[in-house]
Write a protein that binds this ligand. Structure first.
Ligand code: B12
Length: 225
């Protein structure tokens, strides 16, 4: 199984979605992430292990190579496509069988920021834990968060940011939510690669989680508080 998980990570890095995909030419005819994830699930692999040790392990390498300028935006985009194809297959398996909705959760990537893989993973894990997700998408302005909070009273809100230049928009969003003075207030949880607990405290977010699994716990804690 370890070998298969490693191959899944390698195929994410190579951006190979499936066996029919023309990219990359040197892997023509070879299985892609879709076939390999299906194979792992058929062999009884734990979906969370496939996510963490296959798909996310691959994305970690992609992140490092992008940072070190070894690969460029088009390479990152094909890797993201492969990662998404695998995540789509895992989604139904991550759902707790027939769990009744625990409540809703609003989530979006803040203004100026187009990164959505982390946000989508957090959504997927929360969905799996029994939450109904209201996904506002990417590049979400403060007003849209406020509008959603008004439409879904008492529902906690998750903010995602991946850029140091857009982290500041988390603070603006939290301020706008407070200024809207909604009955019962609004609880916020934030996350994204550059986000820390210290930053969350500094901007007055109610919670922070460094990854999708801990996000589920953080949201459950927020709702119980
Ligand atoms: C993929 C990627 C892209 C893709 C995005 C595709 C997409 N649909 O998302 C593309 C190619 C479009 C892109 C563009 C850019 N990117 Co980019 N990108 C990345 C990369 C390689 C991976 C990010 C990722 O998806 N990681 C995998 C996911 C699973 O991890 P994650 O997002 O951190 O999410 C986890 C946690 O953080 C947490 N989490 C995330 N959100 C939330 C929300 C809540 C509520 C909670 C609780 C938790 C939580 O849980 C998630 C799951 O465990 C990172 C490198 C890195 N190491 O992060 C750079 C990176 C983020 N990008 C970077 C840059 C600079 C850019 C560009 C400016 C590049 C350019 N010159 O144009 C543009 C900006 C575009 C924009 N306006 O947003 C920099 C940011 C540097 C900085 N400190 O600001 C990074 C760090 C790369 C680098 N080292 O230079 N990028």
């Amino acid at each position: 199984m370890q070998e298969l998980l490693k191959t899944i990570a390698d195929r994410v890095i190579a951006g190979r979605v499936d066996a029919q995909s023309p990219h990359p030419p040197e892997l023509a005819g070879q299985p892609g992430v879709k076939e390999l994830v299906t194979q792992a699930l058929d062999q009884g692999a734990d979906p969370l292990t496939v996510l963490n040790q296959g798909l996310l392990a691959g994305m970690e390498v992609v992140g490092r190579q992008f940072r070190d300028c070894e690969i460029f935006i088009p390479d990152v985009l094909v890797a993201c496509q492969a990662m998404r194809a695998g995540a789509d297959l895992l989604r139904p398996h991550l759902r707790e069988g027939g769990a009744s909705p625990l409540g809703k959760f609003i989530i979006g990537t803040v203004k100026g920021d187009l990164h959505d893989i982390g946000k989508n993973l957090v959504s997927m894990m929360l969905e799996g834990a029994g939450f109904e997700i209201v996904d506002l998408g990417i590049n979400v302005p403060e007003e849209k968060f406020v509008e959603a909070a008004r439409a879904h009273p008492g529902v906690p809100i998750g903010l995602s940011a991946l850029l140091s230049t857009t982290m500041v928009n988390m603070e603006k969003t939290i301020r706008a939510l407070r200024a809207a003075n909604l009955p019962g207030g609004v609880k916020t949880v934030i996350g994204g690669a550059p986000i820390t607990q210290e930053f969350a405290d500094q901007i007055g977010a109610d919670a922070f989680a460094p990854d999708a699994s801990l996000a589920v716990e953080a949201v459950k804690r927020l709702m119980a508080a």
